[in-house]
Design a protein. Sequence first.
Length: 368
Amino acid sequence: MFDTVLSLLGCGRPELPPPVTITVLRIPADGSPPHLVSLQTTHEGVSEGVGHHLHHIPDVRPFWKVPRAWRYRDIGHLEFSDQQQRACNGSYMVLYSFALDDLPQNTHSPAFILRSIGNSWGDVFVVKMMPNEWEEHGWACYDDVPEQFFDLPVMARMGKGPLLVQSKDDDLLPNKDSLTVRETFLSFFGYGPFHPPAVAIKVLRIPADGSPSHILSLHTTHEGVANGVGRDLYHLPDLRPFWKIPQAWEYRDIHRMEISNNSLNQSSNGVYIVLFSFALDDLPQNMNVPGFIVQRIGNSWGDVFVAKLMPQEWDEHGWASYDDVSEQFLKLPSMQGPRYHARGRRGDWDMPFSGQAELDLLFRQNDL
């Protein structure tokens, strides 16, 4: 409706972002050298998967080829600062797929990328964001990955041999098949366990039905975690009873956020993960998520959950180590703020909302 009013006044915005040509880093799954490639962005299928809040992303479908690989995409985030190659400083996203039944495992990503995304299948792409990250219409604003990216020290330490996933100690663990052999051998001598046990933790639940947000106890699970987003954590809060549809668990996503320097509510300081689903055909859209979370995840479907990580984040086995979300979290100013909603599938706004700038203002005012 808001866009309609603006269009009648002659100041409407385009319904969809136009394609933009950008230079990205491609890390091929076939072992050939990483290289820069020019791609156009696309909005096709973006609203129905990870990255929907960006509205357009580089079109890597010709490289992944299988339609399901595009649907099973995921995005990691990197930040470079204080580099000698100053052109490389900035924010990046890593675009990859977990369509393990359709694409070959990528065993050739540098370790610093593996630490961000864990295992991946098919070619992996690194995309640079503009410093402001968003253009005037609220769409993602991309920059070119510079040639100097290859001169970064982290690019010199390329993963070799089997697929490498970094542990908390920066040791490199081999791929799933190698781990199976290793685990069988070790279990013969009484070593283990090889799956994290269920742990009871307190998380924040933001219901999609409009009922108040609240803290509740859940157990973690490793079931289905290895085949989707969050596999690098090895176990996640078990949200399946709330999402109900198996596909919603499969189409989960995770965003990391940090709260610090909150002197009035110190128990809320720390690192959190936001767990949400983009199973938009199976779950109702959640219109009740606080703006500071919407800023990070965009639209979501079904209940949204916030879990807290321990300060060290990993236990002695390399599994995620969770803390309880404090009841004080509900008293954060940002939890009391208005509920905003990102741009929807139909190209309209759920309420008059100027986009990223307004959310940034909300976030600063709430001073997390």
